[in-house]
Unconditional design. Structure first.
Length: 141
Protein backbone atom coordinates (compact mmCIF):
# COMPACT_ATOMS: atom_id res chain seq x y z
CA UNK A 1 0.00 0.00 0.00
CA UNK A 2 1.36 3.41 -0.97
CA UNK A 3 1.30 6.07 1.69
CA UNK A 4 0.47 9.64 0.74
CA UNK A 5 2.62 12.48 2.03
CA UNK A 6 1.59 14.73 4.89
CA UNK A 7 1.63 17.64 2.43
CA UNK A 8 -0.84 15.89 0.10
CA UNK A 9 -3.05 15.01 3.05
CA UNK A 10 -3.15 18.63 4.20
CA UNK A 11 -4.00 19.81 0.65
CA UNK A 12 -6.87 17.31 0.45
CA UNK A 13 -8.26 18.40 3.81
CA UNK A 14 -8.05 22.10 2.90
CA UNK A 15 -9.77 21.63 -0.48
CA UNK A 16 -12.58 19.51 0.98
CA UNK A 17 -13.19 21.90 3.88
CA UNK A 18 -13.48 24.78 1.41
CA UNK A 19 -15.86 22.77 -0.76
CA UNK A 20 -18.11 21.63 2.14
CA UNK A 21 -17.66 24.24 4.91
CA UNK A 22 -21.01 23.53 6.62
CA UNK A 23 -20.92 19.73 6.94
CA UNK A 24 -18.08 18.03 8.89
CA UNK A 25 -19.51 14.54 8.28
CA UNK A 26 -19.57 15.10 4.52
CA UNK A 27 -16.05 16.49 4.75
CA UNK A 28 -14.84 13.24 6.33
CA UNK A 29 -16.43 11.14 3.58
CA UNK A 30 -14.88 13.22 0.81
CA UNK A 31 -11.49 13.34 2.53
CA UNK A 32 -11.50 9.53 2.77
CA UNK A 33 -12.46 9.19 -0.91
CA UNK A 34 -9.76 11.61 -2.03
CA UNK A 35 -7.14 9.82 0.10
CA UNK A 36 -8.09 6.52 -1.53
CA UNK A 37 -7.96 8.14 -4.97
CA UNK A 38 -4.47 9.52 -4.24
CA UNK A 39 -3.26 6.13 -2.96
CA UNK A 40 -4.65 4.51 -6.13
CA UNK A 41 -2.81 7.08 -8.25
CA UNK A 42 0.46 6.40 -6.40
CA UNK A 43 -0.06 2.65 -6.93
CA UNK A 44 -0.72 3.19 -10.66
CA UNK A 45 -4.24 1.77 -10.38
CA UNK A 46 -7.73 3.04 -11.01
CA UNK A 47 -9.88 3.82 -8.00
CA UNK A 48 -11.86 0.56 -8.40
CA UNK A 49 -8.75 -1.55 -8.99
CA UNK A 50 -7.20 -0.13 -5.84
CA UNK A 51 -10.32 -0.80 -3.74
CA UNK A 52 -10.42 -4.40 -5.01
CA UNK A 53 -6.73 -4.94 -4.31
CA UNK A 54 -7.01 -3.62 -0.76
CA UNK A 55 -10.18 -5.55 0.09
CA UNK A 56 -8.71 -8.73 -1.41
CA UNK A 57 -5.68 -8.44 0.89
CA UNK A 58 -7.83 -8.12 3.98
CA UNK A 59 -9.85 -11.19 2.94
CA UNK A 60 -6.63 -13.14 2.43
CA UNK A 61 -5.47 -12.16 5.92
CA UNK A 62 -8.79 -13.32 7.38
CA UNK A 63 -8.54 -16.63 5.54
CA UNK A 64 -5.08 -17.25 6.98
CA UNK A 65 -6.45 -16.83 10.47
CA UNK A 66 -9.06 -19.57 10.02
CA UNK A 67 -8.14 -23.15 10.89
CA UNK A 68 -9.81 -26.39 9.85
CA UNK A 69 -9.44 -29.55 11.91
CA UNK A 70 -11.20 -32.84 11.38
CA UNK A 71 -12.74 -34.76 14.20
CA UNK A 72 -15.60 -37.03 15.21
CA UNK A 73 -18.89 -36.01 16.77
CA UNK A 74 -20.15 -38.79 19.02
CA UNK A 75 -23.10 -38.60 21.39
CA UNK A 76 -22.80 -34.89 22.18
CA UNK A 77 -18.99 -34.79 22.26
CA UNK A 78 -16.67 -33.39 19.62
CA UNK A 79 -13.33 -35.22 19.53
CA UNK A 80 -10.68 -33.44 17.44
CA UNK A 81 -8.05 -35.41 15.53
CA UNK A 82 -5.36 -32.90 16.56
CA UNK A 83 -4.58 -31.35 19.91
CA UNK A 84 -4.71 -27.55 20.13
CA UNK A 85 -3.59 -25.07 22.75
CA UNK A 86 -5.91 -22.09 22.47
CA UNK A 87 -5.77 -19.78 25.46
CA UNK A 88 -9.17 -18.16 25.05
CA UNK A 89 -12.66 -19.15 23.95
CA UNK A 90 -13.12 -18.92 20.18
CA UNK A 91 -16.13 -19.24 17.92
CA UNK A 92 -16.28 -22.37 15.79
CA UNK A 93 -18.47 -23.72 13.02
CA UNK A 94 -19.08 -27.45 12.97
CA UNK A 95 -19.86 -28.90 9.54
CA UNK A 96 -21.05 -32.49 9.35
CA UNK A 97 -19.36 -34.13 6.36
CA UNK A 98 -21.73 -37.07 6.20
CA UNK A 99 -25.47 -36.93 5.69
CA UNK A 100 -27.23 -37.28 9.02
CA UNK A 101 -30.80 -37.53 10.18
CA UNK A 102 -31.76 -35.26 13.02
CA UNK A 103 -34.32 -36.79 15.34
CA UNK A 104 -37.06 -34.32 16.02
CA UNK A 105 -40.76 -33.89 16.28
CA UNK A 106 -42.86 -36.05 14.04
CA UNK A 107 -44.15 -33.90 11.22
CA UNK A 108 -47.25 -34.33 9.16
CA UNK A 109 -46.39 -35.34 5.62
CA UNK A 110 -48.82 -33.43 3.43
CA UNK A 111 -48.01 -35.72 0.52
CA UNK A 112 -49.69 -38.55 2.41
CA UNK A 113 -52.85 -36.52 3.01
CA UNK A 114 -55.80 -37.42 0.82
CA UNK A 115 -58.89 -35.26 0.77
CA UNK A 116 -60.98 -38.07 -0.74
CA UNK A 117 -59.91 -40.51 2.02
CA UNK A 118 -60.84 -37.89 4.64
CA UNK A 119 -64.25 -37.45 3.05
CA UNK A 120 -64.72 -41.24 3.02
CA UNK A 121 -63.89 -41.49 6.73
CA UNK A 122 -66.31 -38.66 7.59
CA UNK A 123 -69.20 -39.71 5.34
CA UNK A 124 -71.25 -41.15 8.25
CA UNK A 125 -70.33 -38.32 10.66
CA UNK A 126 -73.38 -36.06 11.00
CA UNK A 127 -72.24 -33.60 13.67
CA UNK A 128 -70.18 -30.43 13.36
CA UNK A 129 -66.53 -31.35 12.86
CA UNK A 130 -65.45 -28.02 14.42
CA UNK A 131 -67.47 -28.73 17.58
CA UNK A 132 -65.94 -32.20 17.83
CA UNK A 133 -62.40 -30.81 17.51
CA UNK A 134 -63.08 -28.09 20.11
CA UNK A 135 -64.52 -30.66 22.51
CA UNK A 136 -61.52 -32.94 21.99
CA UNK A 137 -59.11 -30.06 22.76
CA UNK A 138 -61.04 -29.10 25.90
CA UNK A 139 -60.99 -32.66 27.20
CA UNK A 140 -57.22 -32.81 26.61
CA UNK A 141 -56.73 -29.87 29.02
Amino acid sequence: MHKISQEDLEKIEKLVKEEFPEDPALQQVHIARKIIAKEAELAGLTYIQYIKSVSGKSKQKEMKKMLSIEGIYDNGQLILNESLEIKRPVKVIVTFLEEIEIAGKKKIDLNKFSFSKSMEILKDYNESLCDAIIEERRSAL
